[in-house]
Every structure is written in C-alpha cells, then in structure tokens.
Design a protein around this ligand. Sequence first.
Ligand code: BES
Ligand code: MN
Ligand code: ZN
Length: 497
Amino acid sequence: MQIAFVDSAAKPQGCLAVFVAADKKPLAAAAALDKAAGGALKRAMDASRFVGKPGQTLAIMAPQGTTATRVVLTGVGDGKGLTTRSAEGLGGALLGDANAAGQTSLTVVVDLPAGCTLGAADLAARVALGARLRSYRFDRYRTKEKPEVKPTLKSVTIVVAGAAAAKKAFTVLEQVAEGVFLTRDLVSEPPNVLYPASMAARARALTKLGVKVEVLGEAAMTKLGMGALLGVGQGSRRESQMVVMRWDGGKRGQKPLALIGKGVCFDTGGISLKPAGGMEDMKWDMGGAGAVIGAMRVLAGRKAKANVIGFVGLVENMPDGNAQRPGDVVTTMSGQTVEVINTDAEGRLVLCDVMTYAQEKHDPAAMIEFSTLTGAIIVALGHERAGLFCNNTALATQLRDAGATVGDKLWRMPLGAAYDKLLDSEIADMRNVGGGRDAGSISAAQFLQRFVTNERPWAHIDIAGTAWGKGDDVTPKGATAYGVRLVDQFVADTLEK
Ligand code: BES
Ligand code: MN
Ligand code: ZN
C-alpha cells in the first residue's frame, strides 16, 4: 500500500475523506464539498447519528460535485481533544472503511480543526501512521483466500497544506510501523517455523540497520553458568539461544538502557504440562522478546540518539525424557539457587539469567523487561493494560506516561517483602513459584527482583494480557506488538530529551 502526501488533489478517485468537527461543523474541504453537492453532506448528517465525534465516520455514496465515488465524513471532535494517538485512530478507521467498501484508492483531506494542538504536518503524518498500522496482515500461510475478503486498498493520498513537512514527519513514523510489523510477524509465526535459532536469525538481520548483534548458544551459556535458562530449554530438541542487540546512537560512554525480553518460543508447560485446550496460544510466549527485537528495529531505523541494548532469552519449554523435573534445583548465573517446583513457571527462570548477564556484562543505567509471564495478570487487568512492576517511581511514571501517549497502557502493581517471602524454599535460595494461586503476578515479579543488583532502576512489564488482542482502531486482531511503541516513546521522552 502506497502512502503519499500532496498539497492539493484535483480529481480524487474512489474514497474521499473530509473532516467534520464537533456539532456537525464541516471543516474547509467538507464545507466546499457540501456546497458542490447541493447540501447532500448536511442532509446525510441530519439523516444519521453522525455528529462529528472523533473517529466517527459516515459514508455518502456518489454525491454530486466530486470525482470521488464514496465520500467519508470523518469526525475530529472539538480539536482540543485531538492527540497523536486519536489522529492515528482516524487513519485506522478510514483504512478499515475503505477496505470494507472494496475501494482501491483513498484520499484524506487533512484540515486542522480549531483548538488543535498538533500542527497540520504532524496531524497528517499521524493519520498516515494509523492507516499503515491498521493495514497489517499476516497472510503468509493462506493459499486459498477468496478475492472478496482480501484488502483492496492500494493507495492512500493525504492532502495537507505543507505536504513536504508531513512527508518528512512520516519517514520517521514509518520506522515505527516497520518495528511494529516485525514484532507482529514474529509473534504470529507458528512455532514450527519460529524457534530459538530461527528467531535469533531474524534478530541478526538488524545488523543491516547498524545494530551490533551477538548470538550465544548453549555452549557459551553453559560457560557463563546460566543454569536456570538452560534448565528450561533442556527438554527441547531446539538449541536455546540468547541474543544481544546493541544500538549505540547516544553519547559515547553513556550507560545504556537495557531492554530484556522473554522468548519462550513455545510453552507446553514442560513436565508440569498445560492442558490441551488453547495450548496453541503459547506460540506467542515469545512476545516479550518479539517486542524487544521490534523496539530495537525502530530505534535503529530512526537512528535514535540513545544507547540501548536489547537482550532476549530464547528457549522452548517441552516435556521430554531429558526435561527438567519439578523438584530439580538449578544454579543461576547470579550464583543463587532455585528449586523448580513448577516447570510451567519457566519465564522467570529464563529472565533471571538474562538479567544477570545484562548487568554483569553491560552495567545498564536501567532495565526494562517485557514478558508474557503470568495468566494471573489477565485475571487482574484483563486485556486493557499491562502490569507494571517497578522499584523506582520516577521510572514507573515515565513508562506510564509514554504508554499513555502511544496507547500501550500500563497499571502499576505492588511489590513488597511480604510477597517476597512466598518464594522461600526449604532446600534452595528460593522456589520458582509462590504459595498457591494467590498474587501470582506479584510473586513472579518478586522472583525477578531478586536478580536486580545495586538498586538499579528496573521495570518488569507483564504483557500476558496485551501481547495478543481482538484488535482496535490501529491494530488488527492478533499480535499487537505491545511494548514496541512504548519503548520508542520512552526513549524519545527521556534519553533523547
Ligand atoms: N506463559 C505463561 C503465562 C501465560 C498464560 C501467558 C496465559 C499468556 C496466557 C507462563 O509461563 C505460565 O505458564 N505461568 C503460569 C505460572 C504458574 C505455574 C505459577 C501461570 O500463569 O499459570
Ligand atoms: Mn509457562
Ligand atoms: Zn511461559
């Protein structure tokens, strides 16, 4: 799908979107068109519930006075409420409308509503980003799709005063979309295609963008003493991997930000086997690692002025004659020992060794970790927000604000000594699960916190409920790439300010 920016469009074909502010107030293009169409737009609004609320659309077929065959009135509200995120929503909604109507071409006239805090170029670029993000599909394995269900839209033309500036703003945002798409691809791939080595190979491709990528196999990790990560992978025929991706776009000598991701390419539960129903979902148990790889793709693609290192631990959690058993005691890279009570609580075993490696080898200024860690976070927060566990209030606030800007919403959850106690073991330094089902997400976070050194600012983001979704205005059903835009915005707001 092509996206172009132009200062004016003489003869729009197919779909033409024009903006209408709150209380059915047509902006310039809509007003002109209403006049040319003899008041058809106004009459259509009066014959419907369309009032110009943000994201509301009303299609009018073949009105007079335009070469377009489908005019879509697009609500933008009172202008003041229009944010970058809601502007993206407009683009997404228009793309959805055009495809549903079988259109091949969409022209969007961006008029700036009164009171809007975004500039015209920014608004136009965000509308384009929304359309791009919504256009994503994972159809690699469909060979028999009927033509009538395939998306039809081939070109989007954004008409805006100052098209050159909008195009420039969009070149940066396009890199955001590339990173989001990379993550959505990784998360959507089936587990026979995407396993630790093949996922590492896809991360390695970031080398082309200037990312320094290093892949460690089982021999290297054995030398490092990463007994917890290796224990999870030992029941799999696929070799476990750790990938380190380094982007040095900031000042030399400035301590890096570490991004850490859980990459369980498939989670059967291991010997503590999961039930069959829905187990196929556990292909996306690598969503945290997918988000980290996508975020690195964005930062490198837009040449972020920051030093950031991504670390992902890639394993497959399988039952096997060689799989680890409930009751096994493993020694982590930190030297702490863990009694593995439940082999299905494997994410924390992978992450603790990756965290230790990141801290010992790279001494990061802060660590932000993403993982589809617990079903319990879905019980607590549903699919609306990810759970944020953080030892530093400044970091928590920055993450929450960045998430609100891009729509990757977070809710801070508690940590504390009483929860930590749940992890005490009779025979090792800790067990890998708490008491029963109570506070399952918190005890998982407490486990991870035991591997944070020097009171380093650390955030654990549990994305079990948000990595996969039913779709929204800018996200089709399926992999969401939650976290990619959060990291991008966080880096822009904090490290690049
Ligand atoms: N990958 C799962 C968590 C999960 C569950 C993600 C559902 C997405 C949807 C994780 O490895 C797991 O199995 N966690 C267990 C922990 C328990 C054994 C303490 C869980 O949540 O049941
Ligand atoms: Mn599990
Ligand atoms: Zn898991």
